[in-house]
Design a protein around this ligand. Structure first.
Ligand code: FAD
Length: 493
């Protein structure tokens, strides 16, 4: 059997390992940490369970696809339900909106409670759909770096429609033209943060993101987000894939005579041979730490990183009936918040706060009479800020804001706490500067052109995960594995 090694057991690493195994490879995964999942991890504390990173699950069919490829019934491994209520939005002026998966209801609520109309919402989401139709095959599902991708008829057709993807104005500017009410513009501007970008700089092409949520839907896995990892691990182990934990890869080995070809990896000074190597690391660390004697793609590696996050995991005594599974407490001045993050590299005193409470749906995630709050704000990537000070200030501002907007002193209900910041995101998941999604998409170039999924210098070396093409977030990370899979069939034999 040909041999494959995957470096890193993040979601894309696990998916790549499964795909390679199904292709007939004997697969070993080397993971630096003691568990699989990477950013998609979980935290347990005082009887509470928290999903550590991602909380919004979209495009579940990309997960199901892996079970189907292996000839299994996805439902035997992995169950999830579609959310009826996608998100609750709270504004400082007292406005509250419930985004429901029933779009007519949501549009009607917007019309009844704001100066915007249902027609504005439909027009906007129609545009979102068009952008999806034009971009998904070209930018998401295929390599942008292979000539053969451009020879597909549907790619060519998409290229003729590029004028429709709204790449030449910012998302915020575009959204202003869709909605009369500034608060609805703000609601849809927030989607830029789904890949760690700034709506006041990023191209309006990012308006594709709401299509994932409003057309395909938002979901919750039966065992929480970490349940995605558990289900895929079960499949991977059944396929005979070996997971080697606490094994940090030190070097990618390749043939230095003749045309470079990958040979394997070095772990703890020991060499492991392989015909194919897939790196699931942040591409920055792959070049800086694992590859020697190979020219770096300087332009890509020096690009601005996506934003990071500060997260408070709070075990809360009591029930908050105003809150649902996903909740957003908007900043009063959104542009000021993004200027603080992107220009001043700090945190605004009034940040938009996201609260995810899985125990609203998964009762065992919190002890009786309590709730598990994942409370997150967007923050800049780490460039040496005084994070201890910023955590102290942000915590106080967040508690004040949530208490004010819910009209209830929340601080007295916090019974246990953990904090994650850009420093710990980097040290725990190997993400350079703690950025959540690799490079930012704040300009057209960076939005579309990430590092390829294969090495142009070393044969049979591949790259997957949120820092390479097609981008960050679970669905795109899973697509990176699929693109590699499509390519490998034609490369190794
Ligand atoms: P990663 O998760 O980056 O894992 C890489 C793995 O490689 C890690 O396990 C690491 O330990 C390992 N590793 C590193 N160095 C080495 C080495 N030298 N040798 C061996 N192993 C090594 N996405 C969504 O879809 N929805 C969301 O709601 C969402 N919210 C998020 C919130 C937060 C706070 C965070 C952190 C992320 C969020 N994301 C979200 C993004 C999503 O988590 C990531 O895009 C995705 O999980 C990235 O997966 P990956 O395959 O790139 O691997």
């Amino acid at each position: 059997k040909p041999k494959a090694i995957v470096i890193g057991a993040g979601i894309a690493g696990i998916a790549s390992a499964i795909r390679l195994s199904i292709k007939g490879y004997d697969v070993d995964v080397f993971e630096a940490g003691s568990k699989a999942g990477g950013k998609l991890g979980e935290i347990k504390m005082n009887g509470f369970r928290f999903d550590a990173g991602p909380s919004l699950f979209t495009m579940p069919h990309y997960v199901d696809e892996l079970f189907k490829l292996a000839g299994k019934n996805p439902g035997d491994y992995f169950k999830y339900t579609k959310l009826k209520e996608v998100c609750r939005y709270f504004y400082e002026d007292g406005l509250r909106l419930n985004a429901t998966s029933d779009l007519d209801r949501f549009a009607k609520e917007i019309e009844e409670k704001t100066h915007s109309t249902a027609a504005e919402v439909y027009r906007y989401l129609k545009k979102s759909k068009t952008i999806y139709e034009v971009t998904h095959r070209v930018f998401l599902e295929r390599s942008l770096h292979k000539l053969k991708s451009y020879l597909h008829w549907d790619t060519l057709r998409s290229i003729f429609r590029f004028g429709q993807i709204d790449a030449f104005r910012t998302q915020a500017r575009a959204n202003q033209s869709f909605f009369k009410d500034k608060r609805i513009t703000q609601l849809f501007n927030r989607y830029a943060t789904y890949n760690g970008s700034d709506p006041y700089q990023a191209p309006a092409t990012l308006n594709v993101i709401p299509h994932f949520e409003y057309h395909f839907g938002a979901f919750i896995p039966e065992n929480g987000m970490y349940g995605i990892v558990q289900a895929l691990l079960k499949l991977a182990e059944e396929l005979g894939i070996r997971f080697n934990y606490n094994q940090k890869v030190e070097e990618i080995l390749y043939n230095k005579e003749g045309k470079p070809k990958v040979k394997g990896v070095k772990v703890n000074d020991r060499s492991y041979q392989a015909d194919v190597v897939v790196s699931n690391l942040d591409i920055w660390f792959t070049y800086k730490n694992l590859l020697t004697g190979i020219a770096e793609p300087k332009k890509l590696l020096t690009q601005e990183r996506s934003s990071s996050a500060m997260i408070f995991y709070w075990g809360m005594d009591g029930h908050y009936s105003d809150l649902g599974l996903h909740n957003i407490f908007f900043a009063e001045d959104y542009q000021k918040e993004f200027n603080a993050i992107w220009k001043d590299k700090t945190i605004s005193s009034d940040p938009t706060i996201y609260i995810n409470i899985t125990s609203k749906q998964l009762r065992t995630d919190a002890p009786a009479g309590s709730e598990n709050w994942f409370v997150m704000i967007n923050v800049p990537a780490n460039s040496g800020q005084n994070w201890d000070q910023l955590i102290k200030e942000a915590r106080a501002n967040m508690i004040k804001k949530i208490s004010r907007m819910l009209n209830r002193n929340i601080e007295k209900d916090i019974i246990c706490e953990q904090v994650l910041d850009p420093r710990s995101i980097e040290s725990k998941t190997g993400s350079y500067q703690g950025s959540l999604y690799g490079n930012s998409s704040n300009n057209q170039f960076s939005a579309f052109l990430r590092h390829a999924n294969f090495s142009s210098k070393i044969k049979n070396l591949y790259f997957c995960g949120g820092s390479v093409h097609p981008g960050g977030g679970i669905p795109l990370a899973l697509l990176s594995a699929k693109i590699i899979d499509d390519d490998i069939s034609s490369v190794v034999h």
